[in-house]
Design a protein around this ligand. Structure first.
Ligand code: PEP
Length: 253
């Protein structure tokens, strides 16, 4: 019922030429089922380029960050309305790199979650624990704190048009993927946390897994009942790698 979403977070990678080749390859090989949606999130300078390329296709466009402000004297910032204006439908908020490298705590992330929605965009709220937190048995507490900040700021109704990405920090870009069981356990916990607020919204929301997803492990992850696709970093930069993940999802529908 929820269908899969396979989202590529290009991070700070790309060029006009590389993006053109990447998007051409994705468009040429995207699985022909509407049960698997594809999303690409290029760096800001290339949003307009990629918007033009995916226009009219089934590949959607997202951004990697958003300002908490709507407009004004905020040098270097980009408003949600601008991202909507250039064709974005989604915005990643709270990626662990932004939390760790740019000081975005859960309150700031919650403001960004709200800013995305005020601009009519779907936030992809990233949550996840560090290795130290997992080993200390604190995974669920960390996830709850990250989730509750957005729930507190935006309310459960806001989750009717949001996506959550569970990304264990220790699995991002490390080649160490969570096992399907580890991922499913946390996804179930997240959905149960939302169920306590609103069962309908919990049943409808897509919860993606992120952290070293590749073509050969995607099927094992996505076949779990609470895993609705992936947020993909490294493997989103080559058409064949990204499409192998999309195909793994398509094989399950
Ligand atoms: C990410 O940065 O969101 C991510 C999941 O990266 P990778 O797939 O490279 O681990």
């Amino acid at each position: 019922m929820r269908g899969y979403l396979v989202a590529g977070n290009w991070k700070m990678n790309g060029s006009n030429a590389a993006n053109a080749a990447l998007v051409d390859g994705i468009l040429a090989g995207a699985p022909a089922t509407d049960q698997v949606e594809l999303l690409v999130c290029p760096p800001f300078p290339y949003l307009a380029q990629v918007a033009q390329m995916v226009d009219g296709s089934r590949v959607m466009l997202g951004a990697q960050n958003v300002s908490v402000h709507e407009s004004g004297a905020y040098t270097g910032e980009t408003a949600g309305s601008m991202l909507a204006d250039v064709g974005c439908s989604h915005i990643i908020v709270g990626h662990s790199e932004r939390r760790a490298l740019y000081g975005e705590n859960s309150d700031i992330v919650a403001e960004k979650f709200r800013a995305a929605q005020s601009a009519g965009l779907t936030p992809i709220l990233c949550v996840g624990e560090t290795l130290e937190e997992r080993e200390a048995g604190r995974t669920e507490r960390v996830i709850d704190e990250q989730l509750d900040a957005a729930l507190g700021a935006a309310g459960i109704a806001a989750f009717a048009s949001a996506v959550i990405a569970y990304e264990p920090v220790w699995a991002i870009g490390t080649g160490m993927t969570a096992t399907p069981e580890q991922a499913q356990d946390v996804h179930r916990h997240i959905r149960a946390r939302l169920e306590a607020e609103d069962a309908g919204i919990a049943a409808g929301i897509r919860i993606l897994y992120g952290g070293s997803v590749k073509g050969d492990n995607a099927g094992g992850l996505f076949s779990n009942p609470d895993i609705d696709g992936g947020l993909i970093g490294g493997a989103s930069l080559k058409p064949a790698d990204f499409l192998a993940i999309a195909d793994a999802a398509a094989a399950l529908v």
